[in-house]
Design a protein around this ligand. Structure first.
Ligand code: NAD
Length: 315
């Protein structure tokens, strides 16, 4: 039987887009990766650099393209955006990226694509919502990378603290990819043992204070990395590869992507992250976990923050 060819279109040839391609190339998951950017020279340079490593990865074509490539793509990943300029306010940056995403979605829409779209450009939740409105696709096919990265940070920091392999630590960050994000401690477990129960047995630290400290470090991670080196791209590149694998391999994996909530968690008409089952059609099901009262209240507060950001964008 002939194996189905898989194609990914990446829009945005910056640090995030190219690091994602670099990570994706190693997986053997796709046969074709197409790169689009307004800076055509940068696209040529990035592609030459990537394709000259072809001897060391499974066969894959990486090439420049245009929006017509979206028509038969399995996945479209949007990382295009502007960075904050000196003197530019955050709301001005948001409006600038909203305008970019709007123009990109108009071009994608004309292709009649059946792909799943992953929004990465920040503010990711708001721009996922904007893309969904602009494309008019089913909500399950327009998702944001959301808190998949923040969740990875939480799992890593907890694993380091507890001295346990990160892959055996299961914990989720929900809500906004940003300052109002929420750690769902009530859902956290270490290989089947609830974190609460594990801490009671371990008694190795003041667990409440430790959880607060870990959450603070998760929330501040991006600020520190940007302060040290200008931008973040490795861990988001790997996060995008993980989401891509769940979609392209129809894995039915649970990941905290951002999508439009329509009453789930008692939140209406706002995009934010909750645990979702991901397969080749995008979000197959939203997992509605029983959060604690505090967590549920914090999630609703996060939705309120996002609603305010959304209301300030001019469409
Ligand atoms: P970058 O400046 O390195 O690259 C952005 C690219 O977008 C540039 O190559 C630019 O030419 C291109 N671009 C701008 N307007 C375009 C348009 N209209 N069409 C096509 N391409 C266009 O930025 P980066 O570091 O790669 O970050 C990209 C975005 O990802 C930013 O918004 C950043 O905040 C975001 N990000 C999100 C997460 C997350 O977890 N969601 C993590 C890291 C970064």
């Amino acid at each position: 039987m002939q194996k189905q060819e898989r194609k990914v279109v990446v829009i945005g040839a910056g640090s995030v887009g190219t690091t994602y391609i670099y990570a994706l190339m190693h997986t053997g998951l796709v046969q074709e990766i197409v790169l689009i950017d307004i800076d055509e020279k940068k696209v040529m340079g990035e592609i030459m650099d990537l394709e000259q490593g072809m001897a060391f990865v499974p066969p894959v074509e990486v090439r420049p393209g245009d929006y017509s490539d979206c028509a038969d793509a399995n996945l479209i990943v949007v990382t295009a955006g502007a960075k904050q300029k000196p003197g530019q306010s955050r709301p001005e940056l948001i409006q600038c990226n909203a305008d970019i995403v709007k123009s990109i979605c108009d071009k994608i829409k004309s292709c009649d694509s059946q792909a799943v779209l992953i929004m990465v450009t920040n503010p990711v939740d708001t721009l996922t919502h904007l893309a969904l409105n602009q494309l008019g696709w089913p909500r399950k096919r327009v998702i944001g990378s959301g808190t998949v990265l923040d969740t990875a940070r939480l799992r890593y920091m907890l694993s380091r603290h507890c001295g346990i392999d990160t892959r055996n630590v299961h914990a989720y960050i929900l809500g906004e990819h940003g300052d109002s994000e929420v750690a769902a401690w009530s859902m956290a477990h270490l290989a089947g043992i609830s974190l609460k129960h594990y801490c009671a047995i371990c008694q190795g630290c003041d667990s409440r204070a430790e959880h607060e400290d870990i959450m603070r470090r998760v929330r501040d991670s991006a600020y520190h990395i940007i302060d040290y080196k200008g931008s973040t791209f490795y861990a988001i590149g790997l996060s995008l590869t993980r989401i891509s694998a769940a979609i392209l391999r129809n894995e039915h994996s649970i990941l905290t992507v951002s999508l439009l909530l329509q009453g789930e968690y008692d939140i209406h008409d706002i995009c934010l992250s909750v645990p979702c089952i991901i397969g080749n059609t995008g979000v197959e099901r939203i997992v509605t976990a029983g959060l604690s009262e505090d967590e549920q209240a914090a999630l609703k507060a996060s939705a309120k923050t996002l609603r305010e950001v959304m209301s300030n964008i001019k469409f």
